[in-house]
Design a protein around this ligand. Structure first.
Ligand SMILES: O=C1O[C@H](COP(=O)(O)O)[C@@H](O)[C@H](O)[C@H]1O
Length: 221
């Protein structure tokens, strides 16, 4: 891990910490939405080390792969192993999978579980893939139009470029937050973001749906 990426993770953790503290001053419970993938690990570790009333913080994911929670592909496993540690174990974590075989069968159950959370979220921390996807809003997904347009909370997603089916909060629901932060690293992702900023077709680069709201960009080489 480069020093720049470590510093970036610490700065992002400090910003999320400040945001949660601010909202906890006037709300009993606050909601934090985080992303999975490989980038957030140092951010999760830095945030877990913060002193917060974790029992008043609800954590959920922007999206999830429809796999067992023990799978190394599970975003929930990542959150449990790196964020919900030490004092942060007291946070109330809401995963996005259930016992059904497919996300299509499970989406309603997970929607019930997540509809009563403390929306709008205090912070949505997004990631971005090299194809411009964010959450599980993939450019090659059959359900992208639906996920970009629906007022439903969640969408079950099938994406040819990805090995597993997925579930994702819709763009509409991910917009329901007081603050949006994007955590990305590397020159390749900077170039994708620059391309996204120079156009507006979200079906080509889905990250574009969040470039219309104030988005704090956390990037390091
Ligand atoms: O598959 C996913 O990818 C994105 C980006 O992940 P990264 O490994 O390139 O950091 C992530 O934001 C999303 O939550 C995840 O499911």
């Amino acid at each position: 891990m480069s020093q720049a990426r470590q510093q970036l993770a610490e700065q992002l953790a400090e910003a999320v910490f400040q945001a949660l503290q601010e909202d906890l001053n006037h709300q009993e419970r606050v909601l934090l939405v985080v992303s999975g993938g490989s980038t957030p690990v140092p951010f999760f570790k830095a945030l877990a080390a913060k002193t917060l009333p974790w029992e008043r913080i609800v954590v959920t994911l922007a999206d999830e792969r429809w796999v067992e929670e023990e799978s190394s592909d599970s975003n929930a496993k990542l959150v449990r192993e790196h964020l919900l540690q030490g004092e942060a174990k007291a946070a109330n974590f809401i995963p996005l999978t259930c016992a059904t075989q497919t996300p299509e069968e499970g989406v309603e159950e997970v929607a019930k579980r997540t509809s009563s959370l403390a929306w709008p979220a205090s912070v949505v921390v997004l990631g971005m893939g090299g194809d411009g996807h964010t959450a599980s809003l993939f450019p090659d997904s059959r359900e992208l139009d639906l996920a970009l347009a629906t007022g439903e909370l969640l969408v079950a997603v099938r994406t040819p470029s990805q090995p597993q089916p997925r579930i994702t909060f819709s763009a509409d629901r991910l917009h329901q937050a007081r603050r949006h932060m994007l955590h990305i690293t590397g020159d390749d992702k900077r170039a994708v973001l620059a391309k996204a900023l120079s156009g507006d077709d979200a079906r080509q680069l889905p990250i574009r749906v969040f470039l219309t709201c104030p988005l704090a960009i956390y990037w390091a080489p």
